[in-house]
Design a protein around this ligand. Structure first.
Ligand code: HMG
Ligand code: MG
Length: 305
C-alpha cells in the first residue's frame, strides 16, 4: 500500500453502517421508504459499501424488521455493495431471498456480550457461522466478520487483546474476507486501541482489518487517527452519527461519517465520496428523526445547505 504523510494510507474505504447499526437503535422505527431514500442518497454520495439491513429476530431488534422490504426496494448500483447482518442460517437465507450480495456475521471477544447479543457462547456462535460461510462460498457471497467488545465490554469491563486476536484469527480462518473490530461501547483510547491492533495484526494481515468505533466517550476520531497510523484503511461510520447497540447499555452511535470525511479530507486521504452529498444525507435522515445530527461537522456546515 502506498503511503503519504509518513505512515498514513492514501485511500480509505468507508463502510457506511448507519442504515443498520444506526437505525437499529433509534427509538423511532423508520418506514421502508425513508430507509430506501437514505440508502440511495448514500450510494449517490459515492459510498461503495452500505450495510443496509439486518436479518435478525424482530423480537430482538424490531427496528430491523422491515429489512427484507428495504432490500427488495433499493435499486442496487453495480459499484456499491449493499450488505446485511446474518446471525444464523435463517437470516442468511432471508438475505439471499431478497438479493443481498454480501453478508456479515457478528461475534464478540466477550462471553457475556455474546450471550446477551446473540444468545450463545463465543464457541457456539462460531459453530453457527460455519454453515453460513459454506453456503455463502457456494453462492459467491463474501462474508465480513465483526468482533464486538474489542477493548471493553459493558458486562465484563476490559477485554484482553489476546482474546480479540484469537476470535479474529478464527473468523479469518473460517473464510471471512475482512474483520471489523468493534469498540461497541466506545471506551477505547489510542493506548488501548493500539495494544489491541498490535495483537490482532500479529495474527492477521492489516489489509484484512477494519475499525468500527462508537463515540460514547468522544474518542472515536482520535482512535481512528491512531488506527490509520497503524495501517488500517477501512473505517466503519454512520451518517449523522446515528445509532448505538440495543444490547450495550449507554453505547452511543457510531462515529459520524461526516466527521470522518472531514478528518480524511484534511489529511489529504482520498475516499471518492462527495462530502456535500454526505452532509445532505445526514440532514435528511436527522430531519426525519426530528433531531440534529450527532456530527459536529454537519452542525458546523448546516448554514451552507
Ligand atoms: P434465539 O432466541 O437463541 O434464536 O436468538 P432461536 O434460533 O432459538 O429462535 C427463536 C426465535 O427467533 C424463533 O421465532 C425464530 O424463528 C426467530 P419464534 O419461533 O419464537 O417465533 N429467529 C429469527 N427471526 C428472524 N431472523 C432470524 C432469526 N433467527 C431466529 N435470523 C438470535 C438468536 C441470533 C436470532 C437473536 O439473539 C438475535 O436476533 N440477535 C440479534 C441481536 C442483534 O441484532 N444485535 C445488534 C447487532 S450486533 C451489533 O450491533 C454490534 C456491531 O455493530 C459491532 C460493534 O459495534 O461491536 C456489529
Ligand atoms: Mg456497532
Amino acid at each position: 500500500m502506498s503511503m503519504i504523510n509518513g505512515s498514513l494510507p492514501d485511500f480509505v474505504k468507508i463502510v457506511e453502517v448507519g442504515p443498520r447499526d444506526g437505525l437499529q437503535n433509534e427509538a423511532k422505527a423508520l418506514s421502508v421508504a425513508d430507509k430506501v431514500a437514505l440508502i440511495e442518497q448514500l450510494a449517490d454520495a459515492g459510498i461503495s459499501h452500505i450495510e443496509s439491513g439486518s436479518f435478525v429476530s424482530p423480537k430482538w431488534v424490531p427496528q430491523m424488521a422491515n429489512s427484507a422490504e428495504v432490500f427488495q426496494q433499493i435499486t442496487q448500483k453495480d459499484n456499491v455493495v449493499y450488505s446485511a447482518l446474518t446471525p444464523n442460517m435463517q437470516g442468511f437465507e432471508a438475505a439471499m431471498a431478497v438479493g443481498a450480495k454480501q453478508v456479515a456475521i457478528f461475534g464478540a471477544a466477550s462471553e457475556s456480550f455474546s450471550q446477551k447479543n446473540i444468545n450463545c457462547s463465543i464457541e457456539e456462535s462460531l459453530a453457527r457461522f460455519t454453515p453460513i460461510i459454506s453456503a455463502a462460498k457456494a453462492n459467491n457471497i463474501p462474508v465480513r466478520g465483526y468482533v464486538s467488545c474489542v477493548v471493553g465490554c459493558p458486562y465484563e469491563g476490559e477485554i484482553s487483546p489476546t482474546k480479540v486476536a484469537e476470535v479474529s484469527e478464527q473468523l479469518l480462518a473460517m473464510g471471512c474476507y475482512e474483520i471489523s473490530l468493534g469498540d461497541t461501547i466506545g471506551v477505547g483510547t489510542p493506548a488501548s486501541v493500539e495494544k489491541m491492533l498490535k495483537a490482532v495484526s500479529a495474527v492477521a494481515p492489516v489489509e484484512k482489518l477494519a475499525v468500527h468505533f462508537h463515540d460514547t466517550f468522544g474518542q472515536a476520531l482520535t482512535n481512528i487517527y491512531s488506527a490509520l497510523n497503524q495501517g488500517i484503511s477501512v473505517i466503519d461510520t454512520a451518517i449523522a452519527g446515528l445509532g448505538g447497540c440495543p444490547y450495550a447499555k449507554g453505547a452511543s452511535g457510531n462515529v459520524a461519517t461526516e466527521d470522518v470525511l472531514y478528518l480524511l479530507n484534511g489529511l489529504g486521504i482520498k475516499t471518492d465520496i462527495d462530502f456535500s452529498k454526505a452532509l445532505a444525507a445526514g440532514w435528511f435522515i436527522s430531519d426525519i428523526l426530528g433531531k440534529k445530527p450527532a456530527s459536529k461537522v454537519s452542525n458546523a456546515y448546516r448554514i451552507d445547505l
